[in-house]
Design a protein around this ligand. Sequence first.
Ligand code: APR
Length: 184
Amino acid sequence: MTPLDDKGRFSIVVGDITASAAEAIVNAANTTLLGGSGVDGAIHAAAGPELLAECRALGGCETGQAKLTRGYRLPARYVLHTPGPIWRGGAQGEAALLASCYRSCLALAEAHGIETVDFPSISTGVYGYPLPQAAPVALKAILDFLAEHSLPRQVRMVCHREETAAVYRQTWNLWYAESKADRL
Ligand code: APR
């Protein structure tokens, strides 16, 4: 996968985020932080019971906010837990909350000097956020943050399925083509 921005700090890949060797992986959690299905279930299963024990002590997390834990048995050193918005049709502030998930995780990573962060496609599974509407929100939040901050050095969107990655890539290519257009 070639880096998709001119500084190569962001890329879109297909894989299982629990196998990621990034310094921090993001968990698409729920507000209890006590685990669930989807990527939340996979991360807890791979990290082991100590992760749940640490999460219990955190007392939950608001939608759009993020909390940091260790990664325990995961290859990643840290997990950034962020509850995404549940899709309710798009008029309940979902886009702003989704953008806030990405920004909060990146800000927390920067505050801890974390250099590499891998994201899953937050809210686009159980929470029902339509992927074509989530992708531009996610990409804009990530790229705006990277434009203003030197940490994290490297951010990836880790898609579990090729079809998910295709939507992120299409969104990126559309933007990139447009931005090239206004350079002519
Ligand atoms: N690696 C990378 N991505 C994954 C993995 C994995 N191992 N497993 C699932 N995904 C992808 C899904 O395919 C989807 O694109 O993560 C994205 C987010 O889907 P969910 O995990 O369902 O998360 P979300 O839609 O944010 O719903 C969160 O589901 O698991 C519960 O406790 C969680 O209540 C919370 C809700």
